[in-house]
Design a protein around this ligand. Sequence first.
Ligand SMILES: *Cc1c(COP(=O)(O)O)cnc(C)c1O
Length: 348
Amino acid sequence: MPLSLYVDGPRWRGRAETLIAQASPTILVPVAKGNGYGFGIATLARETSRLGLTTIAVGEYEEIKAVSKVDSFDVLVLSPWRPWVDVTGDERIVHTVSRLDDLQKLSAGDRRPRVVLELLTSMRRHGLTTHELSEARRYLRDVRLEGFALHLPLAGDHRAEAANLARQGLELAAAAGVGHPPLWLSHLSAAEAGPLAADLGVDVRLRVGTNLWLGDRALLQPKATVLDVHDVSRGDPYGYRQRHASKSGFIVVVAGGTAHGIALEAPTPAATMRQRATSLGKGGLEAFGKALSPFRIAGKQRWFAEPPHMQCSMIWLPSDVTPPEVGAEIDVDVRFTTTQFDSVIFND
Ligand SMILES: *Cc1c(COP(=O)(O)O)cnc(C)c1O
C-alpha cells in the first residue's frame, strides 16, 4: 500500500486490445524495460501474455530473466549486442546488431543466432551506416536474419527516412538471398507504418512502450499512503535540517521518497534569476528553500517541508486545512518511467 499504482484493469486492457486490432496487419511488439514503465517488467510480461502476443522487447540482456519467468516469448533485446555479452544459445533471443564487428563475431561458429540489423537513423544512437550495411552482406548467411530495425526520433516526420533505409536493407537481403524479413520500427504510429509496409511489401513490427502502457493516464492512479501527521506550532523545529516552522500547521509524512524516484519536482518560481543561480551553485536542488511537492492534499499540490527522504517525504500543510488520516491515500503526480511503486493494483 505505501506508494501504489491503481490500474483500471478492464479499460486499460481494452485499450491495449484496441491498439493491437487497429495496428493489424502490423504487429505490435510491447516494450518492457527499465522500471517497466512503473508497472514492473514482470507485470508487463504477464499482461503481454494475456493479450496473446508472443514477442516482447526488453531494453537489456539483464532484463530477459524478468520476462522469461512469465512465458516463453521470443525476446527482442533493444540494446545492441556487444562482444562482452555472453550469448547463451537461447533460441528465443533475438539480438539487435548495430556494428559490423559484432555481426562478424556473432556469425562465427555454427549457432546461427537470430539477429535484427539496426540501421543508423537521424537519431544517431546505434546502427549500421549505409556503407557498413553493404559490407554486412557477407555475414548474412551465417545468422538468421529476423529483420531490420529503425529507431526514429520522436520529433518530426520520418516516414521518408524510414522508407529509404528500409529499402536499402531489403535490397541487401534480396541480394544475399536471405528472404524478405520484416521491419522493426519504433516511434511511428500504426497509421504511418501501414502505408510504409504496403509500399515496401514488407511486414512491420511496431515496438511500442509508452503509448501502449501509459497512453491513457486517466486509467492510472498513483497514490501515496499517509504514514504520520504532526501538529506543529510556530517556531517548532522539524526535519533533518531542523528548520523552524514560520507558522503553525501540520507536517504530513507520506510514503514516497527518493528510493521511489520522488524528487523535488517543481521548485519555487525563483524570486530572481540571480538568487536561483546562487542557490543552485551552492548545492543543487537541495538549495531551493521551498519546493512544491508532487503530493496533493485536499485537491492542491503541497509544499515539501524539506527535501524527500529515502522512503518517505515530509509535507507541509497549513493549519486551515484538515489533515488526512494516517492510512489514507493521497494523490501524487509522478513520472511513470522513473517511479518505483511498492505495489501495482489492478481492480480486476
Ligand atoms: C524504449 C524503446 C522503444 C519504446 O519507446 P516508447 O517511446 O516507450 O514507445 C522502442 N524502441 C527502442 C529502440 C527503444 O529503446
